[in-house]
Design a protein around this ligand. Structure first.
Ligand code: PRP
Ligand code: ADE
Length: 188
């Protein structure tokens, strides 16, 4: 059960402007994602997350999708994807996402007031994406039962002064062009 750790140590780093970005099977689908790594992550999520009476898994596109699909298959909990595309359906809620290297609008459909949701994503870095998602779910009146990101890029996040807690499976930094593991069990 240590493919996640090793795969991060092996991850190449690229620059997106000043932002140091690790290229990893979970966050990028590149290098290729080994089924054993995906299985390890799903098991860790199911052990860590509070899944009691969760109605829906909610995940931002794109790189939350494969993780959430695998968790959905194992738990039988349905999945809603927050898309970068607007549909104009009744009840659609938009949010503005800002990361360390990009920004844009995203759209939530089919999450209703009172829904008990598990929010899943691949990476928590600046927290810009997760904060926007959690604020939008608060606005909808959904009940966020738990929030899990696989990999945390350690540092201050947009969620530090909020009441939201994001569980993570492993925490890393990037130093001298390499990934350094700062907590191999992540945050609870
Ligand atoms: O904590 P943050 O700084 O917000 O970064 C984390 C977000 O960045 C990535 O998404 P991105 O918008 O790059 O899209 P992708 O999932 O399509 O790669 C990642 O999938 C997270 O959603
Ligand atoms: N793959 C990635 N590497 C580093 N930071 C990220 N933030 C979002 N995705 C990331």
């Amino acid at each position: 059960m240590d493919q996640l750790r090793q795969s991060l140590l092996d991850a190449p780093i690229i620059q997106k402007g000043d932002y140091e970005y690790f290229v990893h099977p979970i966050s990028d689908g590149v290098p290729m994602l080994e089924p054993g790594l995906l299985r390890e992550i799903v098991i860790k999520i199911i052990r860590k997350a509070d899944l009691e009476d969760v109605d829906k898994i909610v995940t931002p596109a794109a790189m939350g999708i494969h993780i959430s699909t695998a968790v959905s298959l194992m738990t039988d909990i349905p999945l809603v994807v927050i898309r970068k595309r607007e549909y104009g359906l009744d009840g659609e809620v938009s949010l503005h996402q800002q990361t360390g290297y990009s920004e844009g609008d995203m759209f939530i459909n089919d999450v209703d007031e009172g829904d008990r949701v598990l929010v899943l994503d691949d990476v928590l870095s600046t927290g810009g994406t997760m904060k926007a998602v959690l604020d939008a779910l608060d606005h909808i009146g959904a009940d966020v039962v738990d929030t899990v990101a696989i990999i945390k890029k350690a540092g201050p996040t947009e969620l530090d002064d909020s009441e939201h807690n994001v569980k993570t499976l492993i925490n890393v930094t990037v130093e001298d062009g390499e990934v350094v593991i700062v907590d191999e069990h992540g945050d609870d």
